[in-house]
Write a protein that binds this ligand. Structure first.
Ligand code: M6R
Length: 613
């Protein structure tokens, strides 16, 4: 999704902006640009493709200036091209802007502007904004007022950042709706703007997150925030403790590989301070969970997208099994328009790595409007999904940069397990003995994940064996059924292999027709209550000539005899098993994609944060 960076201060703006854009690459983009003001003029450089193209352009055609804005674009309106890349300059050459999000009514605005004689240079929705600002600015009002008046015309959700040669000592930014965050970075006699923290972390950790409906004017000495009516708003700045080194690849080839390996630490941190190891009691301080609330809840709706929704499907099993609360998992893009049946005894719980996924945020708002208690499980610190919830479980995984989510899948599994334990305890459903036993099993999780990571080379061999397949079928049952879905999603998004997932019992109702030598079956067949049934599915697949790759419990000879390849996992209780079985799935997808020469961290057509509908 688009990324924005802005700078004003004593230093040269272009390198700061380009470095900031580099740190936002994880969001996905197809073109990039930067604009600065120097000697009373705006200069713009833009290019399609990777940021290195823009860097090369700026290298051969340098930019000056101590004030500037930059953008990575993920095309929504108009093909990826230089002319559609941001920043967009107005007709007078005095105003330049970038946008993250969408102007829904751009066509009617564009028609009106064309009728007034404005010439458009791009196919974007964004360009209407710069022309409208210019139009208002021409009436002689201050720049900030021109931006403010422009916002009154726009429908949609976006973040807009603008600057002008007539007031070259300030940058104006506005956030309309939930199309993505804007963070203001406060430096020493210098200020920054960005879509996300990694862009500015190397310069400052002192930040203010802008809410929807706010505008800011920054100059090198500080900033002011108002609403769209120009009224001052109450806001807080805060210190962020992320280490910029954590946003680097370090010893790994790709962020995805690094993040797979970070799961030992992520899960350790997730369990960390939340368990009293003497009693096994769980505390989730940011959730504001009271005994009254725990006993009042009669339904939980988990809402999320993609990998986060798959995590929610595992959470459903945990919460229903342990806390005996009925749980529904509702894909956020469906939930938001489903006229959902929700009341004040319902908890709507969002799961989101970025905390800025447009569908998930809209689903949360829908839940809130209908009286539900709003919870979220979120990774990105300070994000919208964290801030608007009544209670939150922060993921504690650190920034996830690879587009394919890995550690932000396993962390919410553990978070939901902890939540189920806490709720069960408060609802009088968990004996002290069971609580302690469960805590003890959680304590062993990081070591077991470490064991799985040590087996990466074994999984890589399997990746070599299947790297040329065109299709495959993932099967799982019970608590591992969502792992089949997650395994298939991981493989398809980074290797572009067609992968379908089914609850294994459904195979006989249709997908079995697909099976032959060309259609491998990847199945989770760990030793749990569904084991015999999974064995029978594997036998049926073998009988049709399909190669079988199984995820199995260490030492299981029956599966070893049946399957062509086995990815072994340490023994665990059935509830904990998905936190382990998913890891070989992630490693397999990573190596298949690598062997096929795919761009693992930035797969085609995908964005890390999907901040538009
Ligand atoms: O940031 P979120 O967790 O809300 O993102 C949800 C999905 O867009 C995301 O999980 C997506 O499916 C990933 N590419 C999966 O690897």
């Amino acid at each position: 999704m688009c990324g924005i960076v802005g700078y004003i201060g004593p230093r040269s703006a272009p390198p700061i902006i380009l470095n900031g854009l580099k740190r936002l690459e994880y969001r996905g983009y197809d073109s990039a640009g930067v604009a600065t003001i120097a000697e009373g003029e705006i200069s713009v450089r833009r290019d399609v493709g990777k940021l290195k193209n823009l860097q090369a352009l700026v290298g051969t055609n340098p930019l000056g200036g101590n004030i500037g804005i930059g953008h990575t674009r993920w095309a929504t309106h108009g093909a990826p091209s230089e002319r559609n890349a941001h920043p967009h300059l107005g007709s007078t050459g005095e105003v330049v802007i970038v946008q993250n999000g969408i102007v829904e009514n751009f066509l009617e605005l564009k028609e009106d502007l064309i009728a007034e004689g404005v010439e458009f240079k791009s196919d974007t929705d964004t360009e209407v904004i710069v022309h409208l600002i210019e139009k208002h600015y021409a009436t002689g009002i201050p720049f900030v007022e021109a931006v403010r008046q422009t916002l009154q015309h726009l429908r949609g959700a976006n973040a807009v950042v603008a600057m002008s040669t007539r007031e070259p000592d300030k940058i104006v930014a506005a956030r309309m709706g939930n199309a993505g965050g804007v963070v203001i970075g406060i430096g020493d006699q210098e200020m920054f703007l960005a879509s996300d923290m990694p862009a500015i972390l190397e310069h400052t950790r002192h930040v203010t997150f802008m809410e929807a409906g706010w505008m800011t004017v920054i100059d090198s000495n500080g900033y002011e925030i108002t609403d769209f009516e120009g009224q001052p708003v109450e806001y807080k700045s805060q210190k962020i403790s992320w280490d910029p080194v954590a946003a680097e690849k370090g010893e790994y080839k790709h962020f995805m590989q690094k993040e797979i390996h970070e799961q030992v630490r992520a899960i350790t941190d997730t369990i960390g301070t939340r368990i009293d190891w003497k009693t096994g009691k769980v505390t989730l301080p940011e959730l504001n969970l009271t005994p009254e609330l725990a006993n009042k809840i009669n339904r939980i709706v988990i809402t999320a997208c993609g990998t986060a929704a798959n995590a929610g499907m595992v959470g459903k099993v945990y919460l229903e099994k342990l806390a005996r609360v009925p749980v529904e998992v509702s894909i956020a893009s469906e939930f938001r328009y489903s006229d959902p049946i929700v009341d004040d005894k319902t908890v709507v719980m969002a799961i989101s790595q970025s905390g800025e996924t447009a569908d998930t945020l809209a689903a949360m708002v829908e839940g809130r409007n209908r009286g539900a208690t709003l919870w979220s499980i979120v990774n990105a610190v300070g994000s919208e999904a964290m801030r608007i919830a009544d209670g939150c479980i922060p993921m504690h995984t650190g920034p996830e940069i690879g587009v394919a989510s890995t550690k932000a899948f396993t962390a919410p599994l553990v978070d939901q397990y902890l939540l189920a334990m806490a709720l069960a305890d408060l609802r009088g459903l968990l004996s002290p003995k069971d609580q302690l036993a469960m805590a003890n099993e959680l304590a062993q999780l990081p070591t077991k994940i470490g064991t799985l990571l040590d087996r990466e080379a074994d999984v890589e061999k399997i990746a070599r064996a299947i790297k040329d397949i065109d299709h495959c079928l993932y099967l799982g049952r019970g608590v591992n059924m969502p792992i089949a879905y997650e395994g298939a999603l991981k493989l398809k998004e980074i290797s572009y292999i067609h992968a379908e997932a089914y609850p294994a019992g459904e195979m006989k109702h249709g997908p079995i027709a697909l099976l032959d030598e060309e259609m491998p079956v990847i199945a989770i067949a760990t030793q749990d209550q569904w084991y015999e049934k999974m064995i029978s599915q594997l036998e049926q697949a073998k009988a049709r000539g399909a190669p079988v790759i199984a995820v199995a419990t260490d030492g299981d000879q029956r599966v070893a005899d049946l399957a062509d390849h086995v990815m072994w996992v340490p023994d665990s209780s059935w509830l904990i098993s998905p936190i382990l079985t998913v890891i070989p799935m992630q490693i397999l997808s990573y190596h298949v994609a690598l062997l096929r020469g795919c761009d693992v961290d930035q797969p085609r057509n995908l964005a890390k944060s999907v901040t538009v509908e």
